[in-house]
Write a protein of this length. Structure first.
Length: 271
């Protein structure tokens, strides 16, 4: 079984539940027999200009508070890491040189395209073909970024956050297998780990999962030998437990098993 999760939000994320506390997550993780967990609260490095009003107060520095708190908690034998979910907003990577002082690892999204006019350029809004091209371009440029060594992997890769299933299918109808292969190779060559994001997959009816458009992307990534990691993207303890309950079914539907998730786990465990 896949016994880890490195994408969990606490109350320190603006969108996290106010009662999303680390100890409650750790207690739940212990019930779920997880060995490794990582808190990845949203963060924008204040040394990088251009934060949106939503990101501006969510600095890397503020996350240092978790370090002190963790010392006082009962970790129940679980390896607990303190990470961040950064941002790649229209080709602007919001990680400064000192970000690594405050966190153990950084995950980066390229597809917060619900942040229209900030992540997704205004000209792509309402146009699935341009949205598709944005997703492909931003994915590849992130994998090849000059600061590639500052982050571990990409969260909810190629998943246009906030869009309906119908619109997502429309976007994917403009993404060819050749483009997906190019994305997969960029991730594999640059050792960028890719997330299986339980929050995104749980929106898809289980009987449609195996034929969902994301599967074309994950198939390409499997063929390219990419590393995968597990993330619940939970914003509350209940969602964390629920998402892990769906984990095996989702991994099965993707034609994957535990072996696909081992390399990333080992790499992040070793720092
Ligand atoms: Zn995200
Ligand atoms: Zn997240």
């Amino acid at each position: 079984m896949i016994n880890y999760d490195i994408h969990i939000h606490t109350h320190l994320s603006s969108c996290g539940a106010r009662d999303a506390f680390m100890q409650d997550y750790i207690n739940a993780a212990s019930e779920l027999s997880l060995e490794l967990m990582g808190f990845a609260d949203h963060a924008w490095d204040d040394s990088v200009n251009g934060a949106s009003p939503w990101y501006a107060p969510q600095t890397y520095k503020r996350l240092i508070a978790r370090k002190e708190e963790l010392k006082t908690l009962d970790k129940k034998g679980i390896n607990v890491l303190l990470g961040a979910e950064g941002e790649y907003a229209n080709e602007l990577l919001a990680i400064g040189d000192s970000a690594a002082e405050f966190v153990d690892y950084i995950l980066v999204p390229h597809s917060h395209t619900h942040m229209k006019g900030f992540v997704l350029p205004s000209g792509c809004v309402g146009n699935p073909e341009k949205h598709a091209s944005y997703l492909v371009k931003s994915f590849i440029s992130l994998c090849n970024h000059e600061k590639r060594n500052m982050f571990f992997g990409i969260v909810h890769p190629m998943s246009p956050c906030g869009e309906t299933e119908e619109y997502t299918e429309k976007i994917f109808s403009f993404i060819t297998d050749e483009m997906l292969k190019e994305c997969a190779c960029a991730a594999s060559e640059n050792k960028v780990a890719l997330e299986v994001n339980l929050s995104e997959f749980k929106k898809i009816p289980p009987d449609q999962l195996h034929q969902h458009c994301y599967n074309r992307f994950f198939d390409a990534c499997k063929r390219a030998g990419c590393e995968f990691f597990m993330g619940s993207d939970a914003h509350a303890v209940k969602a964390f437990v629920d998402n892990h309950g769906l984990k095996n079914g989702i991994v099965d539907a993707l034609g994957m098993d535990e072996s696909f998730f081992k390399a990333a786990k080992l790499r992040i465990s070793n720092g």
